[in-house]
Design a protein around this ligand. Structure first.
Ligand code: ADP
Ligand code: MG
Length: 252
């Protein structure tokens, strides 16, 4: 394979080295090293307040790291000269709260950034939008406004919106935590489909069955460090650290 000739960093989707993040006197990330390969699905688990969201937000520079290096698809985003908007365009992000524009239809929610950021014309943007609504099973909802959709449908529109920008990788921060239990499955099914298509995904989640079945690797964070990481069969089924065992005993 020719890829063996490329530098390691170009094959990696995300590389995080010595990442520290403080908010004032509060040190939230205390030296994080990890990487995500292209096509890999990595789930981040850990107790509330352990720094999972902050880690995700440092990857696309929604938070500025206090120290360390973050490289996304071969571009060092912590380089002060980087054009961060260009890098962010290549990263899809899905939050716990769906953040759709309430005054726009599902279709319009999917076309607006394509038209403004990628400069696609209306017809091209709508073609991509419809393909992605179909991908998340919502072709029949293109004219609906967010308030007319269930939480699960809104989150699937949010995923389709991110996909319409044709990202190289997707970040998910507890995408099902705000949903009624009966709506969680449809969103996880969409994410499972993306994983099967080979999308690179970094997913913060409390859904242990999803992590166990879909993740290539699970990262357990506690207190601003990575306590352990590995294949799900090891980290979830046979954790090596007491802190991991304590956490899993509470969530499983
Ligand atoms: P998790 O996602 O694992 O629940 P977070 O990354 O959201 O954890 O938060 C980790 C810690 O950082 C928490 O103590 C939180 O209160 C603090 N924190 C997060 N964002 C900010 C911020 N913008 N300003 C101050 N403290 C913050
Ligand atoms: Mg969080």
């Amino acid at each position: 394979m020719h890829t063996d000739q490329q530098p390691v960093t170009a094959r990696r989707a995300i590389e995080v080295e010595g990442l520290h993040k403080s908010f004032g006197a509060l040190e939230v990330l205390k030296g994080i090293d990890f990487s995500v390969e292209r096509g890999e699905v990595v789930c981040v688990i850990g107790p509330s307040g352990s720094g999972k969201s902050t880690l995700l937000r440092c990857v696309n520079l929604l938070e500025e790291p206090t120290a360390g290096r973050v490289t996304v698809a071969g571009t060092e985003v912590t380089d002060p000269d980087v054009d961060i908007d260009r890098v962010r365009r290549r990263i899809g992000m899905v939050f716990q709260s769906f953040n759709l524009f309430p005054h726009l239809t599902a279709l319009e929610n999917l076309t607006i950034a394509q038209r403004r950021v990628l400069r696609r014309d209306r017809a091209a943007a709508e073609q991509v939008a419809r393909a992605n609504l179909e991908r998340v099973g919502l072709s029949d909802k293109e004219s609906a406004y967010p308030a007319q959709l269930s939480g699960g449908q809104q989150q699937r529109v949010a995923i389709a919106r991110a996909l319409s920008m044709e990202p190289e990788l997707m970040l998910f921060d507890e995408p099902t935590s705000a949903l009624d239990p009966e709506l969680v499955g449809d969103v996880l099914a969409v994410m499972r489909g993306l994983a099967q298509e080979g999308m690179t995904m970094l997913v913060v989640t409390h859904e242990m069955s999803f992590a166990r079945e879909v993740a290539d690797r699970v990262v357990f964070m506690d207190g601003g460090i990575i306590v352990e990481e590995g294949v799900p069969e090891r980290v979830i089924a046979d954790p090596q650290h007491e802190r991991t065992r304590t956490f899993l005993a509470r969530v499983l």
